[in-house]
Ligand binder design. Structure first.
Ligand SMILES: [Zn+2]
Length: 658
């Protein structure tokens, strides 16, 4: 009789479908995947859940903007998430959508339970409301007392809403967090929540009237209201297991751990335990909180942050390299910097050099020397070989401890210590020399065994982190079937195992090749953002005296597509809140139009009125600071000296320029 397997239930946040997947989503999902794979490797009964959060006013607005119904909109974005995870090789066991009936049923059940128990009451909610946006704005979102979108004054309105009696759980929650030091990890986030709980906890508004928002789950006890999106979303962790009290729920719920980013700490660390307590359900076992990725030293920008670029990077360098970088570079819980340079640095140093070279050298030596012929006797091993053998157990313990606290970077560092030891072993034992003399044969056989056995070990312990590479290593040393952590122990490699040469596991990325690619514009936006183009020598050249290089040639046909016209400036004014922009009204003879020009630092509006300038008349209209610009004024510049192009003889407005 074997003991029942340890159960492990891990969730990612369900991602809000108001945006397509970006690097932050990819990171959370990838580390959750590595954690799930690690527990499966250890033989645990694992359930790994991810999904999408699909209700609320932001979704309704995004759908309206796209001109589609909310359900159609969420179907599309939710599918984008599922496809992204498929491409990244994510091994989630379930994917839940909050628009699924299985979820809505449980939300209604829990709401009804809370209503029946008197945990919910009808009260008044007051807030700053924008009639244009049809929504409330929080104090933080308001700009100078106006709507951040419309820049119009907001109206204080009060409306009836349903409230969850969260305030009454404040004392209980503080006690819970204090009595369970590892409930919220790392500790900084636990402290943040305890700090927050020093202020009085408010009751939570859990409804929105349908006259303002229809896109949500109707309250089971009042269909004039839908459920507030957070109250709906958090319940996914339960609803994905089916009804509370059911078999699946009873099996997994006692072991649930939530993995989240720090931006959603408060709903998970405050609302959620109170909701569970009120509903008579156990509080989660752990809440594990990670930090943000900064790109180029700043906050994640949209241009690189979207998963298209993240996926482009994984296509370029491989899923394993991308995963490795994300896990090795970020200290769990803290922020880290993302750049393609750093990724390539890790790929070259840790993966190509340390791991790739070891695998290539070891398999080549074994194959060239006739394979692994025998298990060396204990008494034969020298000091270094005993160190390597003993390191197996230490690596396993180290990785286990690190993974128990989501310290992926530490787990990988433990494994790489062994890889370093092994590379040193190849250097000092010089098997290629041993192969030259028959007398050294017994020693050579020992070395080959140590190397083959070490690769077998690495093929197992690397599996959660580098699933593709680990699979290749296992196959190269003749291992078939699913890897098991219990087999990551010394002395299991069978003599006579068929071993194959494995080289080029992680090809080195040549820096010069990369910059060539950049010059011909082949690389994606991600690499352009993160690496300085070779021609840009920051701070060295004086812009006023340097002639910029001429651009590539265009054909006369291409040029003739640009409609240049003489335009007379009739009016000019500064654009509010912009240092650079002027709003110009120009005449093209038979018509007038608005053109926004970025010349406010060089021209006063009055200096421009009456001038005849040249504009690009068929440029796609663009909105700048809320003003639609229908064209572009041609302006020359040399450093700080800017000049608007004018005519040296008079021509009527609207005249063609070519
Ligand atoms: Zn508004």
């Amino acid at each position: 009789m074997s003991a029942p397997a340890r159960v492990f239930y891990l969730t990612t946040p369900i991602y809000y479908v108001n945006a397509t997947p970006h690097l932050g989503h990819a990171y959370t999902t990838i580390i959750a995947d590595a954690m799930a794979r690690y527990h499966r490797l250890a033989g645990h009964d694992v359930r790994f859940l991810t999904g999408t959060d699909e209700h609320g006013d932001k979704i309704a607005q995004a759908a309206a903007k796209a001109g589609v119904r909310p359900q159609g909109y969420t179907d599309q974005i939710s599918a984008a998430f599922r496809q992204a995870w498929q491409r990244l090789g994510i091994t989630n066991d379930d994917f839940i959508r909050t628009t699924e009936e299985r979820h809505k049923t449980i939300v209604r059940q829990i709401l009804q339970t809370l209503w029946d128990a008197g945990e919910i009451y009808l009260g008044k909610y007051g807030g700053h409301y924008c009639f244009g946006c049809e929504r409330f704005y929080t104090e933080k979102e308001i700009v100078d007392g106006t709507c951040p979108d419309h820049r119009t004054p907001l109206t204080w309105i009060e409306e009836e809403n349903y409230f969850f009696k969260m305030s009454k759980y404040q004392g209980w929650l503080i006690e819970l967090i204090e009595s369970r030091p590892d409930l919220i990890r790392p500790e900084r986030y636990r402290n943040e929540i305890l700090g927050f709980l020093r202020e009085p906890l408010q009751d939570l508004s859990i409804s929105r009237p349908t006259k303002r928002l229809e896109w949500g789950i109707p309250l089971p006890f009042d269909d004039k209201y839908v459920t507030y999106v957070w109250f709906d979303a958090l319940i996914n962790y339960v609803s994905a297991l089916g009804p509370p009290g059911g078999e699946t729920f009873n099996r997994y719920w006692p072991h649930v751990e939530h993995l989240i980013g720090k931006d959603i700490l408060k709903p998970h660390a405050i609302y959620w335990p109170c909701m569970l307590k009120a509903a008579g359900l156990d509080v989660f076992r752990r809440l594990d909180v990670h930090g943000y990725w900064n790109i180029g030293g700043g906050k994640m920008s949209k241009s690189i942050g979207n998963v298209v670029e993240a996926l482009a990077l994984t296509d370029k360098y491989g899923h394993d390299a991308f995963r490795y970088f994300l896990m090795r570079e970020m200290t769990f819980g803290l922020d880290a910097d993302f750049s393609e340079e750093a990724l390539v640095g890790r790929l070259n140093a840790d993966l190509a050099n340390d791991l790739g070279n070891l695998v290539s050298r070891a398999t080549t030596l074994i194959v060239n020397s006739g394979g692994v012929s025998r298990v060396p006797a204990e008494t034969e091993l020298d000091d270094l070989e005993r160190q390597i053998r003993d390191r197996f157990a230490r690596v396993r313990e180290g990785v286990d401890e690190a993974m128990a606290e989501f310290a992926f970077q530490k787990a990988l560092a433990r494994i790489w210590e062994l890889i370093g030891l092994l590379n040193g072993y190849v250097d000092v034992s010089k098997p290629w020399e041993l192969a030259k003399s028959a007398a050294a044969r017994p020693r050579l056989e020992r070395v080959l065994y140590v190397l083959g056995e070490s690769l077998r070990f690495l093929g197992i312990v690397l599996a959660p982190f580098l699933p593709d590479a680990a699979g290749k290593i296992r196959r190269a040393v003749g291992q078939t079937g699913e890897p098991k952590l219990s087999e990551a122990a010394w002395g299991r490699l069978e003599p006579g195992t068929a071993i194959e040469r494995l080289s080029g596991l992680f090809p080195r990325i040549d820096k010069e090749e990369r910059s060539k690619e950049e010059q011909i514009g082949k690389t994606d936006a991600a690499s352009r953002t993160s690496s300085r183009p070779p021609t840009e020598r920051a701070g060295l050249a004086d812009p006023a005296t340097t002639t910029p290089e001429l651009a590539n040639s265009v054909s006369i046909d291409q040029f003739s597509k640009i409609d240049l016209r003489v335009a007379e400036i009739i009016a000019a004014e500064a654009v509010a809140k912009s240092k650079k922009l002027l709003k110009l009204t120009v005449s093209l003879g038979d018509s007038q139009r608005t053109v926004v020009a970025g010349i406010a630092e060089h021209y006063a509006p009055a200096d421009l009125v009456g001038k005849k300038v040249v504009i690009v008349a068929n440029l796609e209209p663009a909105k700048l600071m809320g003003i639609e610009s229908q064209g572009m004024v041609l302006v020359g510049s040399a450093g700080d000296r800017w000049a608007v192009l004018t005519l040296d003889r008079d021509l009527p407005p609207g005249a063609r320029v070519k």
